[in-house]
Design a protein around this ligand. Structure first.
Ligand SMILES: [Zn+2]
Length: 263
């Protein structure tokens, strides 16, 4: 299968940026510009002002709304890859702020109870070993701190575990991703199962594309008696997930999402 022009451009840009990271650590994680901050002003603005994504994914526990702070494209995409794959931990604070906005949207829409837990999707173990940090867990911890600062009663609950080694999702079709992920996540420790039973949970991931990983996280939590109110992510794609109830809701403006179909 040949790559589309845009993906070729993405690959070229990613390679150029990887080379830049090696020779010039003082660069913007979004565009490679030489700056002394993690993101240049323009990329930081794009992350702050990016169009949010809201849509449904279908899960074994029924349809669950997904909120992402930004579209997974351009410098947002580049910054996430730099954070996850190239050790750019310094951009974590700004990515966590985006995540905080996505959670706030779900809260403003009245989806969350007075108290809820943030459950990060765990990274693959080999990836954590390689990078030295769990990218999503770190974002959830930072976002929880920011949300508490805004008066929300929340904390991170790193209860999800990889039940078995999972292959890299990149490059797989939607159906292959679903079978790759199905049953991959589990809440294994009894104390974790007790912690989430009957509680309102928000699943946290960095990126939601097909929704296969998020749906599996919802299933694992639902099986423990948790109430999964929403999935939140830094970035997402608005396209169809392929599930019976999975539908794109397009670019939505915060809680207005609910006026046109999520409510
Ligand atoms: Zn930039």
């Amino acid at each position: 299968m040949s790559m589309g022009l845009s993906s070729v451009a993405d690959v070229v840009r990613d390679s150029a940026r990887a080379a830049l990271d090696l020779v010039a650590p003082g660069t913007c994680a979004g565009c490679g510009l030489h700056v002394s901050t993690p993101l240049c002003e323009s990329c930081a603005r794009q992350l702050r002002a990016a169009n949010p994504v809201a849509r449904w994914i279908s899960t074994s526990a029924g349809p669950v709304p997904v909120f992402a702070a930004a579209q997974y494209e351009g410098s947002v995409r580049a910054a996430l890859i730099a954070y996850k794959e190239r050790g750019r931990r310094d951009v974590g604070a700004q990515l966590a702020s985006a995540l905080t906005r996505a959670v706030s949207t779900a809260a403003t829409a009245g989806l969350l109870a007075s108290s809820w837990l943030l459950a990060p999707v765990p990274s693959r173990r080999d990836a954590v070993r390689e990078r030295g940090y769990d990218a999503v867990s770190l974002l959830a911890t930072r976002a929880a701190r920011q949300l508490r600062g805004r008066g929300f009663d929340t904390k991170p609950a790193a209860v999800l575990r990889q039940a078995r080694p999972v292959g890299d999702q990149a490059g797989l079709s939607i159906s292959r991703r679903r079978s790759n992920m199905s049953g991959a996540l589990v809440v294994s420790a009894q104390r974790d199962r007790d912690l989430v039973a009957g509680r309102v949970l928000v699943v946290v991931d960095d990126i939601v594309t097909t929704g296969a990983t998020a749906a599996d996280a919802c299933r694992a939590l639902d099986e423990c008696g948790a109430i999964v109110a929403a999935v939140v992510a830094v970035a997402g794609t608005p396209r169809l997930t392929g599930g019976p109830k999975g539908g794109a809701l397009g670019r939505l403006d915060g809680a207005n999402a609910f006026a046109i179909g999520l409510g």
